[in-house]
Design a protein around this ligand. Sequence first.
Ligand SMILES: [Zn+2]
Length: 377
Amino acid sequence: MAKKKTPVNESNLAEGAFTGVDEAENFGDRLARYGQAHARSLAMLEHLRGAPEVEATKTAAGLATCGNYLHFREYFTVGKVRLHNATFCKQHLVCPLCAIRRGAKALGAYLARWQVIQEQRPDLRPYLITLTVKNGEDLDERQAHLTRSLKRLMHHRRDFNAGTRGAPWTELCKAEGGVYTLELTNKGNGWHPHCHMIALAASEPCQEALSAEWHRITGDSFIVDVRPITGDPSEGFMEVFKYAVKFSDLSLEDNWHAAQRLKGKRLLNSFGLFRGVEVPESLLDEPLDSLPYWDRFYRYFGGEYRFTEESPKTHGEAVGAPALTLSPSTIRAVKSRRGNATAMPPPTNPKSFAVLVHEGEQRRKAALKRAETRSKS
Ligand SMILES: [Zn+2]
């Protein structure tokens, strides 16, 4: 089937689709999550300081420079706060702050593509598909098993769609586009690699059929979950793009082991209508050009990001253009306008990626608890 080219303006859309989380009223939450993420990076830094390997020393050096300062710009006339500058290590498998920023960027880019696809193909719905392999002691072996099995599943889809003789049908043939990531857990019963996928399909892929197929492919695993993504798509999509943040649920030792084993491996893949989505390299927000702003500098200190008068400039970093100076009367006028604007109900309540991940985990834990209570009673 000929795939329609996605319009070139989608990178602009990416900004609109997800940087909606930059609402000033959500800023406190956002800053708190960044602080928690940075605390974990510092714990990893401590953990690596004692390690003898060169790799550990290099990684630690990166972590030591990451996220010590955050420079935000508050665009006070529109009530938005954007991350303008920061030093990031981009080691997202060991640094949850970088993982959050990267996840948010990927989420934004794929939500934007989904918006475009939806207009052209209103018949498609997003489904969240989870494919797992059985736990095992050897991470390399389990990870390779999952990757190989996914490849085979994808080949089945491609071959059947291409009309290859004898190619088996797969439920994934229903998906006209998909994006998937590989995630890892280890809760004391061995490594458990699994895959979360968003599949765009006109009819729901059948979980039982997919499970049987997956068992034929893997030989040892059949746990598969298929569910439609309803409501706010950013909550469903987040499941797929949080994979790097989830590394921080591992113990420091497991996290470091996994990061070394998976370094350079492709953990995010896409196909069909989701192919070719470009995730911006920069972990900063796009500035809002031509709007006045206040510069706000935050420094990590005593377990959280604190507002500081200090400018990172003194540490040799560029911070961009100086803030506008406004007269007190202009500030009063702007504030009163904002007061009126916030009195009206906001059209949406966008949440930052970090908050989405946190809330997702809370929901999962609550569901688990409910299931446990049910099984006991
Ligand atoms: Zn980092």
